[in-house]
Design a protein around this ligand. Structure first.
Ligand SMILES: Cc1ncc(COP(=O)(O)O)c(C=O)c1O
Length: 406
């Protein structure tokens, strides 16, 4: 006998800290783009965790790698070498066109903490203690631990937890002049998501990232890209920065790195790779044998199945389909994003849109489609990178019905 939604929801309500407003569904199984609930109902997943399961659910190569490693060796301390971890670091470096060293942790927020520590350590050796400030973007999201939360550019998520860590300056995205003015001798790093995710899927312009690279080079400041959400082939290339042709000094990864198991990485190249030494940073579980094996299998499958190419073609198809839906219904803005990281806004004040984004996501769920609402006006689409035309067509048909209030 498997679990049932009502029982699990009752336990959840009684025993979890209520940090999530969960949807009333219990997924118990997955397969590729599909999820199945406790009653065997099938759903198409256009969220993949939140941009986590890039290979699709229950990928056999990852399952096999985990199963084999679980039976062989689960844990040794980071004081010792680990079989797949070194190969994983090498693979990440090669995927990033070479010259990278990695530190492994367990989540996106930890990767950001590592990048902040690395940047501060680097800044101190360049210009002394004053050189510790980090410039980040308004509306950015970098995580929930105190350093990453302080870096985040969303006061709604921060206010209740003051005092935040000092030393963060927030600038409007894609505004070169504002960035130019914010980077001073006290700045050790500029931290940007090439495509903002939680803020509503807002891509940086190529001109902005090129200017950020130039400003950081001129003033000897590290350029750090948070690719926790937009990395791992989600926007077509292994790293989003490759699609822009702007190479940063430091990159953070997590989410899709091990296709659903907790993995994060801080990658650094050039001088930045020498900033941290023995004893400066650590993690009990980071890059452990099972996670390293899972991440290696994930990256191998993303490459061998050429899912970056599919992210680009399926992404273009989804954007086009959303735009023609917008033209037919008048209910949606133009689609924005890169690869399979896409959002649309509900047309402001349009009486044809009876539901807000949260209600639309719930109505889609009731019809077997998982989509994500950000706030009341934005719908986000982050399907597994195996998404096909027929699945996109089902999403669009469902949205059309829901938007029409049928
Ligand atoms: C760009 C970005 N950075 C950092 C994080 C934090 O990652 P985690 O939830 O794994 O701590 C997220 C999570 O959504 C993210 O999207």
């Amino acid at each position: 006998m498997g679990a049932h939604l009502d029982d699990v929801a009752a336990l959840d309500a009684a025993y979890h800290l209520p940090t999530y407003a969960r949807k009333q569904v219990l997924f118990v199984r997955g397969d590729g783009m599909r999820l199945y609930d406790d009653e065997g109902r099938e759903y198409l997943d256009f969220l993949s965790g939140i941009g986590v399961v890039n290979l699709g659910h229950a990928h056999p190569a990852v399952a096999d790698a985990v199963d084999t490693q679980m039976r062989r060796l689960v844990h040794v301390s980071n004081l010792y070498h680990v079989e797949h971890r070194a190969a994983l670091a090498e693979r990440l470096s090669a995927l990033g066109d070479g010259g990278w060293r990695s530190f492994f942790c367990n989540s996106g927020t930890e990767a950001i903490e590592g990048a902040i520590k690395l940047s501060r350590r680097w800044g101190r050796t360049r210009r002394g203690d004053a050189c510790h400030r980090v410039v980040t973007a308004e509306r950015s999201f970098h995580g929930r631990t105190m350093g990453a939360l302080s870096a985040t550019g969303q006061s709604s998520k921060q206010g209740a937890f003051a005092p935040l860590l000092p030393g963060f300056d927030h600038v409007p995205l894609n505004d070169v002049e504002a960035l130019d003015a914010a980077v001073t001798a006290e700045t050790c790093a500029v931290l940007l998501e090439p495509v903002q995710g939680e803020g509503g899927v807002y891509p940086c312009t190529a001109e902005y990232l090129e200017a950020a690279r130039r400003i950081c080079d001129e003033r000897e400041v590290l350029l750090v890209f948070d690719e926790v959400q937009c990395g791992c082939f989600r926007t077509g290339s292994a790293f989003a920065w490759q699609g822009y042709g702007v190479r940063p000094d430091v990159v953070t990864l997590a989410k899709a790195l091990a296709n659903g198991l907790p993995a994060g990485a801080v990658m650094a190249s050039g001088d930045a790779a020498a900033a941290l030494g023995p004893g400066d940073h650590g993690s009990t579980f980071g890059g452990g044998p099972v996670i390293a094996a899972a991440a290696l299998a994930t990256l191998d499958a993303l490459v061998s199945e050429d899912l970056g190419t599919n992210a680009l073609s399926a992404g273009a198809e989804l954007r086009e389909a959303l735009e023609s839906l917008a033209a037919r219904t008048g209910a949606l803005s133009d689609a924005r994003g890169r690869g399979l990281m896409i959002a649309v806004d509900l047309a402001a004040g349009d009486e044809r849109v009876a539901l807000d984004a949260q209600a639309i996501a719930s109505a889609c769920l009731a019809r077997g489609i998982v989509v994500n609402a950000i706030g009341e006006r934005t719908l986000r689409f982050l399907p597994p990178l195996v998404c096909t035309s027929s699945e996109t067509a089902i999403l669009i048909d469902t949205l059309e019905v829901v938007l029409g209030g049928a």
